[in-house]
Write a protein that binds this ligand. Sequence first.
Ligand SMILES: [Zn+2]
Length: 398
Amino acid sequence: MTVDSGFQRALAFARDLVRIPSLPGEEREVADRVRQEMEALGYDEVWVDRAGNVIGILRGQGSAAPVMLSCHLDVVAAGDPVEWEHGPFSGDVAGGCLHGRGAMDIKGPLAVQTHAAARLAGRAPGDIIVAHTVLEERGGLGMAYLLESGDVTPAVVIIGEATAGDIAIGHRGRAEIEIHIHGVAAHASVPELARNALDVVPSVLTCVRELAVALQADVDPVLGCASVVATDVSARPESRNVIPDLATVVLDWRTLPGMTEADYVRRVEEVLAGGVPSLPDGCRIDVRFARERQRTYTGFEEERSLHTPGFLMQPEHPVVRAAVAALSARGTRPEVRPWRFATDGGYTCGTHGIPTIGFAPGEERLAHTNRERLELSSAEEVFEAYPGLILAVQEAVA
Ligand SMILES: [Zn+2]
């Protein structure tokens, strides 16, 4: 490892990125820095789209199918800096690791992908798209926008979320669902005039537990089973001397691929229909996806469902086999497995059907913690492996 090896330049870039905080919706400065780096590396085209995603293209020699590499620009909050051994925005390198928020999720891998792809400039048989997205940590508005815009049309995607050098082939999705229980409000001193929405909550929670048990019957051999759990109960109006006419139960559903938003809602409605005793006059229950209005740093706004799709690639898929072969040729033995967490791959593969795998350094269990770090030996191996991997998956979809 020499001082100005390709990997050392990628590491210097990663350290710069860690030093720029970039909470979801506040990615402007980090996006500028990424754009500048792509231009310096000789990318043929570099632009920032309306949502604030940064996209760089390395034109291929021929017309082979375009491959896209992708990480995200945002990171989760750092919490109390005192709790960190190395400052969250220090970009410290110590003990063979890069430390800080985003070191592995995902600025280190972003730097590795961006620099490793540039080594194939003018040499790949097709275009290489490198697209780093906004708001991944808030459900993936950036990737959803990028694919819907049609600005890029990748035939295969490699996501840079931590895999510790393994090949990731999917993950469960996440759906946030609200059960709204409508009653009739009244002053707390005259309960006979009210239909208290909170009275219905216990039977709703019982139904949710029944649904959770039912989901265990459906086991995917790779992803395991879906899970659902109630994570919040709230009442409106909030006044403590008013009987509420609205109680809301929030569900966090970790989903298996293959169901639509309407399917989830129907499944909840069915279990409630079977388990909630008949409601008094003037009361009703409705089930819907939680929605949120989101705004990117460029001012682009969208109201969207809080739903990140899941996806699963079969281990025998030609892209997965080609990826394993490319890494095995380097003497490593990558495991083929799912991620525990959700990624932008839910949009590329789950929604758009584009073959997608994950490959990156870093341990998933350190994501979002105050011990976040990236082991440099693993990052360097991944950096060296990336060009061969890109060419292999590009050929596999030809
Ligand atoms: Zn991430």
